[in-house]
Design a protein around this ligand. Structure first.
Ligand code: ARG
Length: 488
């Protein structure tokens, strides 16, 4: 007999209704967390004198068995893992014992706790993976301080830069992603357990103790808030969406760069597919899927936002519908980050093609205008006018042509104001353009080398922070394990 419905409800739902209602499938993700939550709750109940020592010991033994047998041993005719697990416990230890586990709590605080426990591990895993991706980008960037390539605005040739500068741009975006994940982690690592349905409980429970045993930073202050909110999910999904947006931009570059038109890179065979009809094809399918999966993750964020919008307090079953979006998005973003790292780490780079293209499209025009300002002391806007006029003609700038144009525009020859052929020649050299841009953040090799040094320091600091968070988790689960052993 169904332990949940037997009292209040006479008719069992049909198969179609159960399929519509059940969260059993998504609950696979929180099975381990649910056992952990049960253990911490039961330990606390015993310590507070709410259940007897012998009851605690039997429940803990039952939970141990349930954990060993796994979720597949649970009765899937129940609507979620929490009640299926409790039913199994009662089957093992009897209702007089197992029926006491749910004192002072509800599935509402239970599920919120399980999601938070599971999500925080996903966030830690993701942080490590983004860190690895940045490490790969830095490694490749470190080999290409002098690899000149075109930099683009509006996907048009703009100014020369280096591959190192381009790749380091992406690392900076991903570093910000990591700090956002850290923020999401803090918001997630708060304990809702003890809120019960929403109004807490009249049992003298100890929320600080479960907070400690489950390794949360603190207990959520208000019990109604504790069961109602999914803002921690939205915050995480916001991070995931941002990472995917950043990844999709990188994917787009990799796709463009591997076209015949660009020919800047060749992706490794592992990260390529071919055509069933065109035998010559090498397609960047992995990068394309990464670009597409961005939509999946943004969709998950929109779904959860929309599910939570205008939900009256406190718990509503609507919230169950949000959770699978979270897991799908977490899986997608983590896999995408790993793919990106693999792709960047294994691609071959065609320096010659990058170099050659850097000489097309008069990308040195800005530097030439700057040189006019610096040598002939004319306003930048005037120099922009003169150089723009040459660009329109498509002619290669020489001192004679510049003098001719400046005579028309400012009625003066630039050579009379100090411009030389040598200065023009240097201005038109992409390598020289890059070398001169050594201000903070610029593409000059000395500057990208400095940027890498800073980035490496950031990476090792993040690695340390991740290590500390893992240690805290392990410490808490060690504590819980020890006390369970002692009480069982
Ligand atoms: N499966 C539910 C969820 O994910 C668990 C909480 C159920 N609570 C309830 N009052 N029906 O939200």
């Amino acid at each position: 007999m169904n332990i949940l419905r037997r009292g209040r409800l006479a008719v069992a739902p049909g198969e179609d209704i159960m399929r519509f209602t059940s969260s059993m499938d998504a609950d696979k993700r929180i099975f381990d967390a649910d056992v952990e939550v049960d253990k911490a709750h039961v330990v606390m109940l015993k310590e507070q004198g709410i259940i007897k020592d012998s009851v605690c010991s039997s429940i803990l033994c039952g939970l141990e068995k349930i954990q060993k047998d796994g979720i597949s041993a649970l009765d899937t005719s129940y609507e979620d893992v929490h009640i299926a697990l409790e039913a199994r416990l009662i089957e093992i230890v009897g209702e007089d014992i197992g029926g006491r586990m749910h004192s002072g709590r509800s599935r509402n605080d239970e599920v919120a706790t399980c999601i938070r426990l599971t999500l925080r591990m996903e966030l830690l895993g993701l942080m490590g993976e983004v860190n690895d991706l940045i490490g790969t980008l830095v490694k490749v960037a470190g080999k290409h301080h002098e690899t000149i390539m075109p930099g683009y605005t509006h996907t048009q040739h703009a100014q020369p830069t280096t591959l190192s500068h381009n790749l380091l741009a992406h690392t900076n975006a991903f570093i910000r992603d990591i700090s956002r994940i850290k923020g999401a982690y803090e918001c997630t690592n708060q304990n809702p357990l003890g809120a019960a349905a929403f109004a807490s409980t009249g049992f003298p429970i100890n929320r600080e103790r479960t907070t400690e045993l489950l390794g949360f930073d603190s207990a959520i202050e208000n019990s109604m808030d504790a069961v109602s909110t999914r803002d921690f999910m939205i915050e995480s999904l916001g991070c995931f969406s941002n990472i995917m947006a950043n990844l999709s931009r990188m994917a787009e570059e990799l796709i463009l760069w591997s076209t015949s038109e660009f020919g800047f890179i060749e992706l490794d065979d592992q990260y390529s597919s071919t055509s069933s009809i065109m035998p010559q094809k090498k397609n960047p399918d992995i990068a394309e899927l990464m670009r597409a999966k961005t939509g999946t993750v943004h969709g998950a964020l929109m779904s959860v936002l929309t599910i939570c919008k205008a939900l009256p307090y406190s718990y509503n079953r609507d919230l169950q519908e949000a959770t699978p979006h979270l897991w799908r998005a977490a899986d997608t973003v983590r896999a995408s980050v790993r793919m990106a790292s693999g792709m960047v780490g294994t691609m071959s780079i065609r320096k010659d093609a990058m170099n050659k293209t850097a000489n097309i499209g008069f990308m040195t025009a800005t530097e030439l205008a700057d040189v006019l300002v610096r040598t002939a002391d004319i306003p930048f806007r005037t120099a922009h006018h003169i150089v723009g006029s040459i660009a329109k003609t498509g002619k290669t700038p020489t001192l004679a042509i510049l003098d001719e144009l400046s005579s028309e525009i400012i009625h003066e020859k630039l050579s009379d104001r100090g411009l030389s052929e040598k200065a023009i020649r240097e201005a038109l050299d992409p390598v020289d353009n890059v070398r001169k841009r050594e201000v903070l953040g610029g593409p000059a090799p000395c500057e990208t080398k400095r940027q890498i040094t800073v980035m490496k320091k950031k990476l090792s600091r993040i690695q340390k922070d991740i290590g500390v968070l893992y240690e805290k988790r392990e410490e808490a689960s060690g504590k819980l394990e020890k006390v369970c052993k002692k009480y069982s």
